[in-house]
Structures are given as C-alpha cells and as structure tokens.
Ligand binder design. Structure first.
Ligand SMILES: Cc1ncc(COP(=O)(O)O)c(C=O)c1O
Length: 364
C-alpha cells in the first residue's frame, strides 16, 4: 500500500488527459489559450466565486493574494504555526511579518479566540489555513476581520471542496489560494495553483502581478513576476474537475469508517458542526506516535507526520524571535500527530487493513 497513490485510476480520465496532450501538441498553445480560460471559468463556478486566476503554484497564489491586497514591508499578517512553510513564506516574501497564533487543540485550526490578542496597528490581514482539508472557523474570523478592518486570505491549498456552512472554502474570505500540487485532492501533473475571489479589483491586480505587471504586451506598470499556469496543466485540471466531487465523497466515506472504528481509541481532528472536511489528510494524535508509526510500517502500512516542526520553531523564521513553549497546542500536535492513508484510490480492503493494523498496534 502507498500513502498516496498518484496514478490515474480511471480509464476515461486517462483517455481525456491523453486528448489534452494531443490537442496541445496539435495547437502548440502552451501558455494561455482555451484550456486556461475554461479552467478559470469552471473552477470559479465550482468554488462559488466570481473569478479565479490560474497561477504557477499554491505558494504563488498565496503571495499574489497578499500582494494584490497591498500587503508589504512593515505590515503584519496573522496566521497559524501549524501549516506547510509556504503559508508564512508567502507573507515573508513580500517583506511583511508573519505573526503566529496558537491553534485550537481540538480542530487543529488557528484559534479564533486568540486572534484578537495578536492584532496591532500594523496588522493588515488574517491568513487562516483550512488544515488537512477541514475548514477553519471562518464565521468568527470574518467577524474579527470586519471589526478590525482587516483582509482575510484563505489558504485552501488542502481543502478543495470543503464546506463551511454550505459554502466552499476559498469563497468566504476576500481572496482564496489553492494548490494543485500532485498530492492535493485536485491535482495537476506538476506545479499549479489558483486564486479565487469575488473582487474584480483583486483579479485585475493578480493578473498583472502574474504577468510581469504588463497590462498589454511589453507595457509594464510595475515589476511583477512570471506566475502563469501552463496550458497543459489547465487542460488536465479541467478534465479532473469533473471527478473531484466523487473523489471527495470517497475520502469522506473512508474518514467515516476510520472515525467509527477508532472512536474511543485515539484522538482525531474535530470537524466543527456545520463544516464538511475535504479530508485531504486523516490525522490522529497518539502520545507514542513514533513507536506507532514504526509498528505500522513493519506491517506495510505507510503513515506520515504533518508537520514535525511548527513554523515558529523553524530555522527560516528564527528571526521572528519565537521560542519553544510559545504555542503549546501546535507543539503538542506536532509531536503526537500521525496521518493515515486516505484517498479515492483506496479499496475497502485497504481501509480495513489500516483499521486492523491500528487496532493491533494500539493494543501493544
Ligand atoms: C497549507 C498549504 N499552503 C500552501 C501550499 C503551497 O502550495 P504549492 O506546493 O502548490 O506551492 C501547500 C502545499 O504544498 C499547503 O499544504
């Protein structure tokens, strides 16, 4: 069994992707063009926003959201220390300062009750991450943002299709950032990402940023970047978009089996009432995590640790001056979290192999 099997499992989809390659070869349209335009339209429709802009990665999507909102040197952005490094990197890459807030020990999401204490006169935005596919507490986060006149950028890199009170994540804040890295619920065959928003102003700015600040060829308004998505990736994503709801349903089915079978045995990530996780990852907490992981590995059950070092303790962010003990919930989760295999490629027999393996290991 693999932790994530990234092969295309569906014959129909395989054929459709082969057509995308054939069409690209025939038209020689490698950048921009109908695949990109159609994917942007269809992805925005699926997320429930007026617009989406395809970009080169999730990291660029985050950076361009913040950039388009005017965040830069001297500004502060509040986020979680329990996330992939790209979240805080996007803030730092613009010269702004990541300000970490501890997570809720039950949901593992940024603790909405601790956000207000971190707000200063320099705070410009809140950047919640929908961690492991489950929505952050967006209602309370949007209320805080409104009260303090702050922007909200959602890091939805792990949460394609997750619902918060019936709205898809990425459509709730002022701007959403998605990754289509090959391991994600909706994935490219390489690097890709997207920005989602209802704001025409943000879209216009992101389109300039990702295209060297050019409003027309060879007329640059400010120094931007090359952050465009390849046409080939857009074509592949367009085809996969038809499958994502089915794939997410299968993830939820597997999660339900795990929840039922592990109830009372281990702590699992709480998904708030009214929220539906996209189950990018299924994670459990166990004090003897390393031993449990070794035991499962010895029976051929692969698992992973997300994230072994929270961002406030990473060398990259040592300049911020945080210390061990600053965010006890994030640190505690980091040292006891184990992600079990989950994904649409898993057959019931794979799921029950994990269940039986876990039960046997937990008895030891
Ligand atoms: C929470 C989170 N944010 C941002 C990213 C960055 O996305 P990418 O790898 O596409 O740049 C990822 C994924 O890698 C992620 O998991």
């Amino acid at each position: 069994m693999e932790f994530m099997d990234l092969h295309i499992q569906e014959e129909d989809l395989l054929r459709e992707i082969e057509e995308v390659f054939a069409q690209t070869l025939k038209t020689a349209r490698y950048v921009g063009g109908p695949f990109v335009e159609n994917f942007e339209k269809e992805f925005a429709r699926w997320v429930g926003t007026n617009y989406s802009v395809s970009v080169g990665s999730g990291t660029q999507a985050l950076k361009y959201c913040l950039w388009a909102l005017g965040i830069g040197e001297g500004d502060e952005v509040i986020t979680t220390p329990l996330t992939f490094v790209a979240t805080a990197e996007a803030i730092a890459s613009l010269g702004a300062k990541p300000v970490f807030v501890d997570v809720n020990p039950e949901t593992f999401q940024i603790h909405e009750e601790k956000i207000e204490d971190a707000i200063t006169s320099k705070t410009k935005a809140i950047l919640p991450v929908h961690l492991f596919g489950a929505p952050a507490e967006m209602g309370k986060i949007m209320d805080i943002a409104e009260r303090h006149n702050l922007w909200v950028v959602e890091d939805a890199a792990q949460a394609h299709g997750a619902l918060y009170r019936e709205r898809k994540v990425g459509s709730i804040g002022h701007c959403g950032a998605f990754s289509f890295y090959p391991t994600k619920n909706l994935s490219a065959m390489g690097e890709a990402g997207a920005v989602t928003t209802d704001s025409q102003e943000i879209v216009q700015k992101v389109r300039l940023i990702e295209n060297h600040g050019q409003d027309k060829p060879y007329h640059s308004l400010f120094p931007g970047e090359n952050g465009r998505m390849d046409a080939l990736q857009a074509g592949i994503l367009l085809k996969k978009l038809k499958y994502i709801d089915r794939w997410n349903r299968r993830r939820r089915e597997i999660a339900e089996i795990y929840r039922r079978e592990f109830s009372g045995l281990v702590k699992m990530q709480k998904v708030e009432e009214g929220s539906v996780s996209a189950y990018h990852l299924f994670v459990i907490l166990h004090p003897g995590r390393d031993k449990l992981q070794r035991e499962l590995a010895s029976w051929g059950i692969p698992t992973k640790v997300y994230y072994p070092i929270p961002l406030h303790l990473q060398k990259a962010f040592s300049y911020l001056g945080y210390r061990r003990g600053d965010f006890p919930a994030a640190e505690g989760i980091s040292s006891s979290l184990l992600a079990l295999p989950i994904g649409p490629w898993m057959k019931d027999k794979d799921v029950y192999r994990v269940v039986e393996g876990m039960k046997k290991a937990l008895k030891k």
